[in-house]
Design a protein around this ligand. Structure first.
Ligand SMILES: Cc1cc2nc3c(=O)[nH]c(=O)nc-3n(C[C@H](O)[C@H](O)[C@H](O)COP(=O)(O)OP(=O)(O)OC[C@H]3O[C@@H](n4cnc5c(N)ncnc54)[C@H](O)[C@@H]3O)c2cc1C
Length: 549
């Protein structure tokens, strides 16, 4: 088969011009193309408002060899050699008990899926509720402000990214096809096929729960067992290896479950679980992370800047963006950008508040949002204790909660900036507009109640100043990015884990038999990389043990 890279076409909804472009490129008739598949599709907006889709494709023709010979000097045409994911053969050691998987976020879910399909009959415990029940719990929280600490935006089936933009792009290189395998599993369970080749694939909050449910059903069909509202509350060891776990059900009744494999996929918000594991001697270390505020701009402003016209968005959808800047020892950057999205109250603990972003598959709200975050080195943490980063996060979240008694604290950027750089020239307009920004006010979109506040007391002066410097710098990339009317909300503090649980080459922790996976272990950041880490964890178990009879 033949691979063609850098194939340019005018954007169209259904990749209409592609076959024509391929036949022209290869100098053959359309009828001589037997099969064609897209490997990658991205947008080239360097000559905006003239836009191009740029494709990498594979093609099977009536005579591949002849074409490859004819075009051998064309660097964009080559032999297609796909990277195929290959799961390992089962090992020889015998398991006496089912592997226990803790947490049903992407890491736990994909680990369980692979183990179930390969005959290891995993037992999966999840502290939160099923995704169907969780949808109502989260909606209720956003409507009433009453937090359910068992089932919320962070906890429950599907994990932290279930009520999200569902961005699936990752910076992890796909050397062994594992990332493609993750996307294929999503697609086999109800995600649209184009996630397999779009450069920036996304699902949306309306699609993710159905996929999560489908994966759960397949785990159960293949011999796995799922227990909701069941929390890991203890571990027991013998000679440095795990021998059982204690779990606590919805009535608070403890149960001891023997196991020789414990997958820890508990995410970065399970602070009580980190503590329990630390108290039991599991080795952990500090890890830097990033924190800041979520900002909202009118989506039309972003579309105009990125595409060069308002109309292009009708074909290409709401535009994403990415901005970064470096200031001496710190980075400031956009994180988890949600085109046409909502800023959500993403809290999971009483008396503490954090925000995040989500969107529906249509990405059709009026505003774009993203976290603008500053890198936080471990030297900012209150002590050298491995869990001090959690204390640091908690302090930020307590301050954010106290500002508006649990409602999302929000502020126009102009007012924030004036306080931070101690000027008195706030120029926030009260004129409402739906597409402009500088000199024209626009309305925020939140999931959860909000209140206008002064956000300058959440972080220290240095971080506030870095945030402002970042915003000023980003306005050189995106016009009006730092307009006074831009809406900020705090605090964005759950970007990644401030803790790492070290693991060896077989992915086991300092306690044998415990496999820390995903974001909470400090080895992933985002849905796809956490899911891929889940698959890697399953591979390690498969390589060592034979399936359960
Ligand atoms: C609102 C929001 C939007 C996001 N948007 C995106 C996005 O668009 N794209 C992207 O790539 N990433 C996004 N993320 C980040 C992404 O969700 C995480 O990177 C990812 O979910 C991490 O996966 P994980 O499996 O490691 O952990 P988690 O998803 O955090 O899952 C951990 C699970 O373990 C359970 N658990 C914890 N402790 C216990 C215990 N003791 N016993 C039993 N169960 C336990 C939790 O209830 C949870 O279900 C978003 C996150 C949020 C909150």
């Amino acid at each position: 088969m033949i691979r063609i890279d850098q194939l340019k076409c005018a954007p169209s909804k259904d990749d209409k011009g592609l076959i024509k472009a391929v036949s022209r490129k290869l100098g053959i008739r359309k009828e001589d193309i037997l099969e064609l598949g897209i490997i990658r599709k991205s947008l080239d907006a360097r000559k905006k408002p003239e836009l191009f889709n740029v494709y990498s494709v594979w093609v099977r023709t009536v005579n591949d060899e002849k074409i490859l010979k004819k075009l051998r000097k064309d660097a964009s045409v080559s032999v297609f050699s796909p990277v195929l994911y290959k799961a390992p053969e089962g090992g020889n050691e015998k398991l006496t008990h089912r592997p226990v998987i803790t947490g049903m976020g992407p890491a736990g879910l994909f680990c369980a899926y692979e183990l179930a399909l390969r005959g290891y009959k995993p037992l999966i415990i999840e502290r939160g509720r099923s995704v169907e029940e969780r949808k109502n719990d989260v909606k209720r929280f956003w409507e009433t402000g009453v937090l359910d600490t068992i089932s919320n935006v962070q906890f429950g089936e599907g994990g932290a990214g279930t009520f999200s933009d569902g961005k699936l792009a990752t910076s992890v290189k796909d050397k062994d096809g594992r990332i493609h395998e993750v996307l294929k599993i999503f697609s086999d369970n109800g995600a649209p096929f184009d996630i397999l080749y779009e450069q920036m694939p996304h699902l949306g909050t309306d699609i993710l729960p159905g996929i999560v449910k489908s994966i759960r059903e397949k785990i159960i069909e293949n011999g796995g067992e799922v227990r909701f509202e069941t929390k890991l509350t203890g571990i027991a060891m013998n000679e440095g290896r795990v021998v059982s776990v204690t779990v606590t059900d919805r009535e608070g009744a403890p149960e001891e479950i023997p196991c020789e494999v414990l997958i820890l996929a508990t995410g970065h918000s399970a602070r009580d679980t980190y503590k329990m594991l630390y108290d039991n001697g599991l080795k952990m270390e500090q890890k830097p992370f990033a924190a800041g505020f979520r900002v909202q701009h009118p989506q039309k402003m972003i579309n105009l800047d990125r595409y060069g016209s308002y109309e292009a968005a009708e074909l290409l959808g709401a535009s994403p963006y990415k901005v970064t800047a470096n200031f001496e020892d710190r980075g400031v950057f956009s994180f988890c950008m949600c085109p046409g999205g909502y800023v959500v109250n993403a809290s999971s603990e009483e008396g503490e508040l954090c925000v995040n972003g989500m969107s529906y598959s249509g990405r059709d709200s009026a505003n774009a949002n993203s976290a603008i975050v500053v890198s936080i080195p471990v030297s900012e943490y209150p002590s050298d204790h491995p869990l001090a980063g959690i204390e640091y996060q908690r302090n930020l979240e307590k301050r954010a909660y106290d500002l508006a008694q649990g409602r999302i604290p929000a502020q126009r950027y102009g007012e924030f900036k004036d306080t931070v750089i101690k000027t008195e020239n706030s120029t926030v307009s009260s004129e409402s507009s739906d597409d402009g920004c500088r000199g024209e006010s626009f309305e925020p979109v939140f999931k959860g109640e909000y209140e206008w506040c002064d956000l300058t007391g959440i972080f220290n002066e240095k971080i506030n100043r870095l945030f402002v410097d970042g915003m000023t710098s980003f306005a050189h990339t995106i016009r009006n990015f730092d307009a006074p009317e831009v809406i900020m909300a705090g605090v964005e503090s759950r970007t990644s884990s401030p803790v790492r649980i070290p693991r060896d080459g077989n992915m086991e922790s300092s306690i044998s038999g415990i496999y820390p996976l995903g974001e909470g272990a400090g080895y992933a950041g985002g849905i796809t990389s956490a899911a891929a880490d889940g698959l890697r964890g399953a591979e390690s178990v498969i390589r060592k043990y034979s399936p359960l009879k």
